[in-house]
Design a protein around this ligand. Structure first.
Ligand code: GRF
Length: 229
């Protein structure tokens, strides 16, 4: 990827869009060679749409309640995405389960962020569940998207220790702050052509198979690609 052709990216959201904001900020600072072509939400009131508008990014709303089936919605969503010709689709708090047809259409070029140390705590209410399970370590994960919900190949995680007195909100806030570090980093790797999903279904960073998720804080300078993430 050269400076002349930044990676075309479409971001899918449903809510606040703070991860979207982290990408916008990172791109603005020149740390992320991406061209944010569009932000699409299934929720018309998503605050992330406002963030996108403020950043001058094209916004679209595709309400899922207007469709009879998941397949029909996903077909319409893919048709909305395709004209933007994205090299990467970024799920940033997009609260929909995706159909196999949609997932296979964007195989190897769709990333998700999930607020747990996957494979622990797939699905919802991850912070509360981590507390109830008396975990001492929690966090967030970036992964390629496959048919398996929150089960795609893991790329990068940030660990967040659980502290005495934590409740779900307090823990969520600390995890979210780490999400805002790892998502731009993983997207940057992808945009630079350093991160790929192999035909064997395993991610590769700089040609090296990522067997275990990489952990922020334990990355080498080479993996980071610069002195800061
Ligand atoms: C994040 O916790 C993300 O991990 C999860 O949904 C939340 C979205 O937050 N998938 P935001 O909309 O990016 O603020």
């Amino acid at each position: 990827m050269t400076d002349a052709s930044p990676l075309r990216v479409v971001v899918l959201i449903s809510g606040s869009g703070s991860n979207l904001q982290a990408l916008i900020d990172s791109a603005r600072q020149g740390d992320l060679p991406i061209d944010l072509r569009a932000v699409i939400s299934n929720e018309p009131g998503a605050f992330g749409l406002e963030r996108a508008r403020r950043a001058g990014i094209d916004t679209r709303v595709l309400g899922h309640r207007d469709f009879a089936s998941r397949e029909a919605y996903d077909q319409a969503l893919a048709d909305l995405i395709d004209p933007y010709r994205p090299g990467l689709v970024v799920l940033a708090g997009f609260m929909r389960i995706l159909s196999p047809a949609f997932v296979s259409r964007f195989r190897g070029r769709m990333l998700n962020i999930h607020p747990s140390l996957l494979p622990k705590f797939r699905g919802l209410h991850t912070h509360q569940r981590a507390l109830e399970a008396r975990e001492t370590l929690h966090g967030a994960s970036v992964h390629f998207v496959t048919e398996e919900l929150d089960g795609g190949p893991l790329v990068l995680q940030a660990e967040v220790p659980i502290e005495p007195g934590d409740d779900a909100n307090r823990l969520a806030a600390r995890v979210l702050a780490q999400e805002h570090r790892i998502y731009p980093l993983a997207v940057r790797w992808f945009a630079q052509g350093r991160l790929r999903l192999g035909d064997d279904g395993k991610p590769r960073l700089d040609g090296q198979v990522v067997e275990q998720p990489l952990i922020l804080g334990r990355l080498t300078r080479d993996q980071l690609g610069c002195d800061r993430e």
